[in-house]
Write a protein that binds this ligand. Structure first.
Ligand SMILES: Cc1ncc(C[n+]2csc(CCOP(=O)(O)OP(=O)(O)O)c2C)c(N)n1
Ligand SMILES: [Mg+2]
Length: 393
């Protein structure tokens, strides 16, 4: 009998890193405009964060700041694979998810700067990107805390569509986490609940091989085959090349469509690498330059750029123009943030505490159910339309 956790069973070795020379699958091409859009988004994230690093050195940004450089294909490919109405939640390395989901560079940069023009009125900062209009529910600093929130978002969407409205839900939620969060209790509790109750949450582990300075193989069991962690909860698990936006898009599209159709969760080991340190204060002494160079040769932006050039979807001139436009957009976001005031002292206490669930004003209004004023009271729900979890499956 072959056990999934049998160490002698065949598995791809976890070499923290296949890097540029690992075997690759080829994926179908997408429309030229789509591919160019992805290239622009990935480059926007890269350029935005490069400016964030400079602004951090200039002391315009304070507190924690974790850049996503190297992992751009994950946020861009995953958001492209789902609908904007599908809720997303992520951890603190969140600028890429916010920009990929459609937050403006201005709102994102002003939040980094702690200014009122930011998406959380400058009160959250780097780790708390939040965009209700685009269904991005944070940006969370406690490792693993967002995973149950993602499962809750998927549950709320299904409950709204099926119990309140009496229809059939086709929404999925995406919950992103780092490989370090795999060892938090919250991950296991959330996975158990999702597996048990058929909650369509796609749990995406952005496996960049490190949690702070700890290599995954030192801190996590079965690092070479993380799918067993999903299997333990009866959840279908997949491994995806997170350094290739075409791979991310195609694989995630299929995984998310399956989750929609079956109303089941999924788990994804998304193999990637962060090119910079854990945060702005990390000298990266725990890994060698050789390893970094190996991965830098697999840069998702360069790879897509060269691919599109080779297919004549992109020209060198068009690329130069894209670079110019993106730089102008990021420069504008910095100037706009510089001009935006800091939140006033009265503003500091607004939206922080909630006295009761109900109609209150502020950015934390529970609009998940269509706006507080639209939430039916429990008495108003027609019990004949309410169905048991068995009927929903
Ligand atoms: C509950 C909790 N424990 C510890 C920390 C400190 N901490 C912040 S980031 C981090 C590492 C997480 O690594 P990973 O999940 O792999 O994400 P990555 O930084 O690689 O994106 C730790 C231990 C925290 N924020 N929350
Ligand atoms: Mg990590």
């Amino acid at each position: 009998m072959t056990s999934l956790s049998d160490p002698s069973a065949p598995a791809r070795p976890f070499d923290v890193h296949g890097g540029a020379d690992r075997p690759r699958k080829t994926y179908p091409e997408v429309a030229a405009a789509t591919a160019l859009g992805w290239l622009r988004q990935m480059y926007l994230i890269r350029e935005f964060e490069t400016r964030c690093m400079q602004s951090y050195q200039d002391k315009k940004i304070g507190g924690f700041c974790h850049v996503y450089i190297g992992q751009e294909a994950v946020a861009v490919g995953c958001t492209a694979a789902v609908e904007r109405s599908d809720p997303i939640v992520t951890a603190y390395r969140d600028h890429g998810h916010a920009l990929a989901r459609g937050m403006s560079a201005r709102a994102c940069m002003a939040e980094m700067f702690g200014r009122i023009g930011g998406c959380a009125k400058g009160k959250g900062g780097s780790m708390h990107m939040f965009d209700r209009a685009n269904n991005l529910f944070g940006g969370h600093g406690i490792v693993g805390a967002q995973i149950p929130l993602g499962v809750g978002l998927a549950f709320a969407a299904k409950y709204e569509d099926e119990v309140i409205k009496g229809g059939r839900s086709s929404r999925v939620a995406l919950a992103f986490l780092g490989d370090g969060a795999l060892n938090q209790g919250a991950f296991h509790e959330a996975m158990n609940l999702a597996g048990l109750l058929d909650i369509p949450c796609v749990v995406i582990c952005e496996n960049n091989g490190y949690s702070m300075g700890t290599h995954i193989a030192r801190g996590t069991t079965m690092a070479h085959r993380l799918g067993v962690k999903g299997a333990a909860y009866g959840i279908d698990s997949y491994e995806v090349d997170g350094m290739d936006v075409l791979a991310v898009y195609h694989e995630m599209h299929e995984i998310c469509e399956t989750a929609r159709r079956t109303s089941r969760p999924a788990f994804v080991d998304m193999r990637c690498y962060r090119f910079k340190g854990h945060s702005m204060s990390d000298p990266r002494k725990y890994r060698g330059r050789e390893e970094e160079e190996h991965w830098e040769a697999d840069d998702p932006i360069q790879k897509l750029r060269e691919h599109l050039l080779s297919r004549a979807v992109l020209t060198e001139d068009a690329w130069k123009q894209m670079v110019k436009d993106v730089r102008a957009e990021v420069r504008d976001s910095v100037e706009w943030s510089d001009a935006s005031p800091a939140p006033s002292s009265e503003e500091l206490m607004r939206d922080v505490f909630m006295e009761r669930w109900g109609p209150y004003t502020g950015s934390s209004q529970p609009e998940m159910l269509g706006g507080a004023e639209n939430v039916p009271s429990f008495e108003a729900i027609d019990p004949s339309k309410a169905r048991t979890p068995g009927e929903l499956a």
